[in-house]
Design a binder for this molecule. Sequence first.
Ligand SMILES: NC(=O)c1ccc[n+]([C@@H]2O[C@H](COP(=O)([O-])OP(=O)(O)OC[C@H]3O[C@@H](n4cnc5c(N)ncnc54)[C@H](OP(=O)(O)O)[C@@H]3O)[C@@H](O)[C@H]2O)c1
Length: 259
Amino acid sequence: MTPSRFTSKLVGQRVLLVGGTGGVGVSVAQATIEHGATVIISSSREHKVKDVCAALVKDYPEAKDRVSGHACDLASPDVEANIEELFNNIGEVDHIVCMAGDRLPMIPLEEITLEKWQKCNQVRTIASILVAKIGIRYMKKDRHSSITLTGGSISEKPIAGGWSMLALIGAGLNGLARQLAFDLAPIRVNAVAPGVIETDLWQGMGEESKKAFFAEHETKIPTGKVGQPEDLAEAYLYCLKDLNATGIVVHSNSGTFLV
Ligand SMILES: NC(=O)c1ccc[n+]([C@@H]2O[C@H](COP(=O)([O-])OP(=O)(O)OC[C@H]3O[C@@H](n4cnc5c(N)ncnc54)[C@H](OP(=O)(O)O)[C@@H]3O)[C@@H](O)[C@H]2O)c1
């Protein structure tokens, strides 16, 4: 029989996917299920969590006992209580992947206000810290456990057009991953920094503008193709599987840093 030293590393492990109903989340769920893990999907909308779990079970009927979901709204003022309730419901986990992101807050500098900045921070940064703070109570303290945050290539590669809040958030998440890797050791903490990935995150632009933005981007990036969620899922798998990786940022961005 062919050995499966590498593809069996996640067998039997419990992986919580916060923001697991989105484009990236579904791909990470598929990848971790294919690697034998049990996935728990979470996002703010109960019906979306149910639909994604049902679609995963349809795709992977043999994994029906390894897929479950719980809604948890990270944009609410009750965010901390919501996260406590989420972990109360799901119990112990081996890995936490934070991928929740609400609508892209692309706002020109002159229109930024304290209120917009605070709102924009909640789901991506404030919730990530709170998920880590509460989640570690449900994790074994060893290097098999991991937390993966999601920033973005914008932290290192500026783009024209109202990206300053997201650049700060992305850079902050990279710093947070390093600090938590230090504070929570031996639990491993890393960040994934995606470039432009084709998901519903861009839906707010409208279909035509999105197509034009992607087409223009593809004329510049070395791979000539906007990243697909299944490409990016490999970066998360790496963070989960490499027991020697902590405090790092894994980039998957079509080579955008080269242009
Ligand atoms: N796609 C890209 O080009 C790109 C580039 C760089 C970074 N990223 C980052 O990658 C992550 C995943 O993005 P994606 O492309 O998969 O986006 P997506 O398809 O829009 O998915 C976003 C996920 O976040 C969840 N979410 C939104 N508001 C939430 C809330 N209040 N509480 C809990 N969950 C919430 C969504 O579910 P509900 O709406 O049902 O809550 C969904 O599961 C995000 O953090 C994003 O900023 C993406």
